[in-house]
Design a protein around this ligand. Structure first.
Ligand SMILES: Cc1cc2nc3c(=O)[nH]c(=O)nc-3n(C[C@H](O)[C@H](O)[C@H](O)COP(=O)(O)OP(=O)(O)OC[C@H]3O[C@@H](n4cnc5c(N)ncnc54)[C@H](O)[C@@H]3O)c2cc1C
Length: 392
């Protein structure tokens, strides 16, 4: 098989890249090792920055998002038994975020690609990428035990943190920067209407908690837990009890309980590789970087990367110039590091660290007090949360 761009991974990065390239008349093939049903039901992120929403709407994949997405213009920071609203609309000139589940984004993009005659090949095995240091890279894989090969001009490694593209790059090319946090998130999805119209980030002396939502009927809740926590140790009753404790306010705010339909533990990590490219192989999204979910940035960063990559590829086919391609990594990394900084900052402000001493606890409280009482500090949080401008 021959195409212009071979894309490994049908997550938000791979599918959005394929969609953007198609709109510019460039052919691509996406291969994915999981089934279509699996990727369309995988519950992960759910907060879309304004720029991500605009991109989806402008490129014709935003109809359902506009219909069922929940637009929020603020979040609450809760500490010492009180809630403090950060008003995004006021602080950013009307901007906001939209709650729309990642698997819905994946569904919309997959539907759009297939409806346009695009190729998204699911359930492939034994994927390898080769010869990306030259002009004729190729991807090999198996479907139903038959070997297949895609010859292409470029390969996009959009295969997530555990994918094969990044590890295939020869030793010595990439430098990895990493911070693993000494805690994880225990997340549940509960069949109950959200207890608040907006997200609540709680810093409690027992640990962090987050109240979020996926729809008017589905609440997403997270608790900070030990990194090696066993999910079996957390029956539903224990989870609700701990959530009630961490969200408790002096004015007796009430958290509604519902049937827990999903439970899981997510590790917390900050990770970046530099550069995000090697010859004609370009890494995008989680394949190149991971952020702790506190800032709700993973999906948005993946979309921002492929927007830069799509433009560089389009420019190459239009003019023959590799200038934007050569600068792909540099362009993305400026935004990536700013988003890393924000995600790390939110994480360190809101979580309990085991080595927190009394000084650190007071410093954390002072930081929250500052962010919720200074317009300048609140504005900085708001500007980052709704999304920094896309790099041009
Ligand atoms: C459990 C969990 C919860 C999360 N929660 C949040 C959250 O609340 N907020 C937030 O902002 N972010 C969250 N994230 C992060 C966010 O989901 C990711 O940043 C986002 O999915 C990145 O998109 P991507 O396309 O780069 O990677 P992915 O979505 O990981 O897509 C990569 C795709 O490549 C496929 N693949 C992997 N290996 C191969 C291979 N060898 N061959 C072919 N295909 C392959 C995978 O199956 C996958 O479909 C969460 C992540 C996880 C794992």
């Amino acid at each position: 098989m021959r195409t212009q761009v071979g894309i490994v991974g049908a997550g938000p990065a791979g599918l959005m890249l394929s969609h953007l390239l198609h709109l510019a008349g460039i052919d691509s093939v996406v291969i994915e090792n999981r089934s279509r049903k699996y990727v369309e039901e995988r519950v992960r992120a759910g907060v879309l920055e304004q720029g991500t929403v605009e991109l989806m709407v402008e490129t014709g994949v935003g109809a359902r998002l506009e219909q069922i997405g929940l637009v929020h213009h603020g979040i609450e920071l809760r500490f010492n038994g009180h809630g403090h609203r950060i008003d995004f609309a006021d602080l950013t000139g009307g901007k906001g975020i939209t709650i729309y589940a990642q698997h819905e984004v994946v569904r919309d993009l997959t539907d759009a690609r297939l409806a346009a005659g695009g190729q998204v090949i699911f359930e492939v095995d034994d994927v390898i990428v080769r010869d990306f240091d030259g002009p004729k890279p190729f991807i090999r894989y198996h479907t139903d035990s038959a070997a297949q090969q895609i010859e292409c001009d470029f390969i996009a490694g959009c295969d997530g943190f555990h994918g094969i593209c990044r590890p295939t790059i020869p030793a010595g090319v990439l430098t990895a920067f990493e911070r693993v946090y000494p805690f994880a998130w225990l997340g549940i999805l509960a069949e109950v209407a959200p207890s608040s119209d907006e997200l609540i980030y709680a810093n409690h002396e027992r640990g962090f908690a987050l109240h979020s939502m996926r729809s008017p009927q589905l609440t997403r809740l997270y608790l900070q837990c030990a990194p090696d926590e066993q999910i079996e140790a957390w029956p539903d009753a224990r989870i609700w009890e701990e959530l009630h404790r961490r969200f408790a306010t002096r004015d007796r705010w009430k958290l509604s309980e519902g049937t827990v339909v999903q439970k899981g533990i997510t590790e917390m990590r900050s990770f970046v590789v530099e550069p995000m490219q090697c010859g004609n192989l370009f890494l995008a999204g989680d394949a190149a970087h991971i952020v702790p979910p506190t800032g709700a940035k993973g999906l948005n960063l993946a979309v921002a990367d492929v927007r830069v990559l799509a433009r560089a590829i389009v420019e190459f086919y239009r003019s023959g110039s590799r200038e934007l391609l050569n600068r792909y990594s540099e362009t993305c990394l400026r935004r990536v590091w700013k988003v890393q900084r924000f995600s790390w900052w939110m994480t360190s402000m809101l979580h309990r660290f085991d080595d927190n001493n009394a000084f650190d606890r007071h410093r954390q409280m002072a930081e929250l007090d500052y962010v919720t009482s200074s317009r300048a500090a609140a504005q900085s949080l708001a500007e980052n949360y709704v999304g920094l401008p896309m790099e041009d």
